[in-house]
Design a binder for this molecule. Structure first.
Ligand code: FDA
Length: 309
């Protein structure tokens, strides 16, 4: 119930406006974000890289109000490719489809995304596509698949194990030579499309881990990433990979900035590939609220911070 409460708050534009101008809220959000500017994020990425961990840079933003805003966001991402190249960062760039204009139709998103993929391919920088709520899954997958051959540097897409459809989507992506980031799913979804109980979502995750290391996937050279902090799931992934003869660098763990830093480092020290999602920018409110929804205990951390403890 608390999860739905925070997810509902995440969609409130009035609260978003209030939070943006409220200094203490901005400071609290810093637990999960790198700061407001690219330079803030680059400093975090350099620190991660120094510890043997890659990064996934995300310029915070979603559900933009106009095509011009989406074009502006796409231009910012293009500039980020150049700045990340110049700074020699080990970082992919991850975009939210509605930040790059999916709200204005699949064709418009295809245009903005295609330009970004082309820019990134020139210097071999990989791009990732976040998955938003299930009303956007088809359009997001369509654009992803249409750009797959155009990307010379790797194009990864997130799939959510809470959705019934994901098993089918995963096999399609394996067949097409796609790359996947498997996550549980951060959005409220209706019962006719998604498992509602955490145990069911976890069981679905475990089944899909199995598929990621199945014979078909291994023969196709599938290179999965697992976006989770769930230590039991991480054990399952390591055990399944080892049992199927996958090497530790045949797949990747991905985690969020500010969550389970100890686990991130342990996996990297054990020789696994690890990337940390590093969001930055002023549009932090919905992202922050989804982090609250995932772990309502985080609200205690907020309360303590507000009281200045
Ligand atoms: P679970 O929720 O079971 O948590 C396991 C443990 O992790 C908790 O006990 C706690 O210790 C820690 N933890 C998890 N979330 C925490 C939080 N917010 N604060 C503090 N501790 C926390 N979703 C989506 O719908 N589309 C997407 O594109 C992405 N992309 C994405 C990228 C990456 C790199 C990650 C790691 C996650 C995503 N997600 C996502 C979010 C994902 O769907 C999911 O909501 C979170 O990862 C939480 O689920 P866990 O798998 O960590 O397990």
């Amino acid at each position: 119930m608390l999860r739905s409460f925070f997810n509902t708050l995440s969609r409130s534009t009035a609260l978003q406006r209030m939070a943006a101008g409220f200094g203490p809220a901005r400071r609290i959000a810093r637990r999960f974000t790198a700061g407001e500017t690219f330079d803030d994020a680059a400093a975090v990425v350099e620190e991660l890289n120094g510890r043997g961990i890659g990064a996934i840079l995300n310029h915070l933003g979603e559900a933009v109000d106009s095509r011009d805003d989406a074009l502006g966001a796409a231009a910012d991402y293009g500039a980020m490719v150049e700045r990340a190249d110049a700074a020699g960062l080990d970082a992919t760039l991850s975009v939210k489809p509605t930040h790059l204009g999916l709200g204005f139709g699949e064709n418009f998103f295809h245009e903005t995304m295609s330009a970004l993929v082309e820019t990134a391919s020139r210097t071999g920088r990989a791009i990732e596509v976040d998955m938003e709520d299930s009303s956007l899954t088809d359009a997001t997958l369509n654009v992803y698949l249409s750009l797959l051959d155009q990307s010379a540097a790797g194009l990864r897409i997130a799939l959510q194990t809470c959705l019934f459809r994901t098993e089918g989507d995963l096999s399609r992506l394996v067949e097409r030579g796609g790359r996947v980031r498997l996550v549980k799913g951060a959005y409220d979804e209706p019962a006719d499309r998604a498992w509602q109980k955490k145990d069911d979502v976890d069981r679905s995750y475990a089944r899909l881990v199995d598929a990621c290391f199945g014979d078909g996937a291994r023969a196709a050279g599938f290179n999965p990433a697992f976006g989770t902090h769930d230590h039991k799931m991480i054990d399952t992934i390591c055990e399944t990979a080892a049992a199927r003869g996958a090497r530790r660098d045949d797949f990747e763990f991905q985690m969020l900035l500010g969550v389970r830093r100890d686990l991130q480092q342990r996996l990297a020290d054990d020789g696994y590939r690890v990337r940390v999602y590093v969001p930055f920018g002023s549009h932090w409110y919905p992202y922050f609220m989804r982090r609250m929804a995932e772990r309502p205990a985080n609200a205690l951390f907020v309360a303590r911070a507000m009281l200045g403890e």
